[in-house]
Write a protein that binds this ligand. Structure first.
Ligand SMILES: *[C@@H]1O[C@H](CO)[C@@H](O)[C@H](O)[C@H]1NC(C)=O
Ligand SMILES: *[C@@H]1O[C@H](CO)[C@@H](O)[C@H](O)[C@H]1NC(C)=O
Length: 422
């Protein structure tokens, strides 16, 4: 057994706490009645987000899934998409995944979605999770619905600068990740263990995901996918499959799933934003999802593949400039968004399973079968990896080899606030 770990700590600020209190009071005052003006705006926005359905499916998890004509999906709201012909299939052959060398740690792959029990979408349509009025009203502002707050480098904290790793912590975010860099990446995959971490409040989120990025910290381009608990977007605390993109560190561009004009969906089987069921339990059954993000070498589009087989769709090359070429680095891991991080009292929002990474299989949240794709076109384990945790007393990172010949798996997560993370 071999274990490598690199972790970093940061000091706290009181300023963030004051802001949090202010925000709590502010939003309490906002929850009353909504003005006539706002309700007109809300209706307008809902009409734009929810396209006319060929068929609607009521899912037992509370979602409504609309089967929408593939050429009427939100991507076509953008004027530049007027004459866009949907690329129905990736043009490259998908490389086959060499069998993993992990033997003892097996988890069941989840590929079906809860709404499948209640029906299916016909070919020529795509399933879209319907946005409800409550989802929009919970977003803070209509403009920010479906979007992440900007990634702002927090220069008041120590910069992570170890070997080839250079990273500024970001405001209101705590991340724990495995990273690779040094080449041009045109794909990355991983099997992500699925859990349902608890959140302290409605304006936070907790994700387990893969990021492919290019650009400077203040202005980077990113395509991302994995699972997330994000009540501000989905209105509840279920664990959901998500896709996210931005071309400017989330300042002005980008959104989750199909909540803006961006991602072009081709699959009539998988709905982005749908809940994942079942989720893993401690010392019980383990479940995972397979996520593969890769660039089509002919079109430059970034495809999202789910469960080793289903191409959900793609982000058109036109959304990006640097990522049109390739990604500069890839990250696998977890992110907690909260205004109560790097401060005390810390948020009790959990990352991953809510248990420390060191609990390993059955307790810690893992990402395994980690692969990258470079211009050699094969899928391989990255040559160089490092791991980091911004708040080492709250959320942990562990690279772990189950056996001498096994490839490393990445474990991450933790409980948030606890006696060593007050
Ligand atoms: C789409 O095609 C029409 C007809 O050829 C053309 O007039 C229009 O400018 C095109 N739109 C875009 C966004 O390229
Ligand atoms: C951080 O959180 C505070 C309080 O909720 C908020 O006012 C601020 O806009 C957030 N900043 C970012 C970059 O998310």
């Amino acid at each position: 057994m071999k274990k490598i770990e690199s972790v970093y700590g940061f000091r706290l600020t009181g300023k963030v706490l004051l802001l949090a209190v202010f925000f709590a009071l502010y939003s309490a005052g906002m929850n009353g009645e909504i003005s006539e003006e706002k309700s007109i705006e809300v209706r307008k926005r809902l009409k734009m987000l929810n396209k006319p359905a060929v068929k609607s499916i009521k899912s037992e998890d509370g979602d409504m899934i609309d089967c929408v004509d593939i050429y009427r999906q939100p991507a076509f709201d953008h004027p530049a998409m007027e004459n866009h012909t949907i690329q129905m299939e990736p043009s490259d052959e998908s490389p086959t995944l060499e069998p993993s060398k992990n033997t003892s740690e097996s988890a069941t792959t989840v590929i079906s979605q809860v709404w499948h029990k209640s029906g299916s979408c016909p070919k020529g349509t795509i399933p879209i999770r319907r946005v409800r009025k409550e989802d929009l009203l919970g977003a803070g502002s209509l403009e920010s619905y479906g979007r992440k707050n900007p990634y702002v480098p927090d220069t008041t904290h120590k910069k992570i600068n170890e070997k080839r790793l250079e990273h500024f912590p970001e405001v209101n975010r705590s991340v724990t990740y495995l990273i690779t860099q040094g080449y041009s990446y045109i794909g990355a995959r991983g099997d992500i263990n699925v859990w349902n971490p608890s959140l302290e409040s409605q304006d936070e989120y907790s994700s387990a995901q893969i990021w492919l990025r290019n650009g400077l910290p203040q202005n980077y381009e990113s395509v991302e996918s994995g699972w997330v608990v994000n009540p501000k977007v989905y209105g509840d605390m279920q664990t959901r499959l998500f896709a996210y993109w931005t071309a400017d560190s989330s300042t002005k561009t980008g959104c989750f799933d199909l909540t803006c004009s961006g991602f072009v969906q081709t699959s009539h089987e998988i709905a982005l934003g749908a809940s994942i069921d079942p989720v893993s339990s401690r010392f019980g059954n383990q479940y995972k999802i397979s996520i593969y993000l890769y660039q089509d070498s002919n079109t430059g589009n970034w495809w999202l593949q789910f469960g080793e087989r289903i191409n959900i769709g793609y982000w058109p090359a036109r959304l990006f400039s640097l990522l049109t070429h390739s990604a500069l680095y890839v990250m696998w891991g977890g992110e907690v968004y909260s205004s109560k991080i790097k401060t005390s009292p810390h948020t009790t929002t959990q990352m991953g399973s809510g248990y420390y990474a060191e609990g390993l299989f059955g307790s810690g949240c893992f990402i395994n079968n980690i692969r990258i794709r470079d211009y050699s076109m094969s899928l391989k384990f990255p040559d160089w990896i490092a791991s980091a945790s911004e708040e080492v007393y709250c959320y942990h990172a562990t690279i772990y080899r189950p056996g001498y010949l096994s490839e490393p798996n990445f474990y991450f997560g933790g409980p948030g606030r606890n006696p060593s993370c007050p």
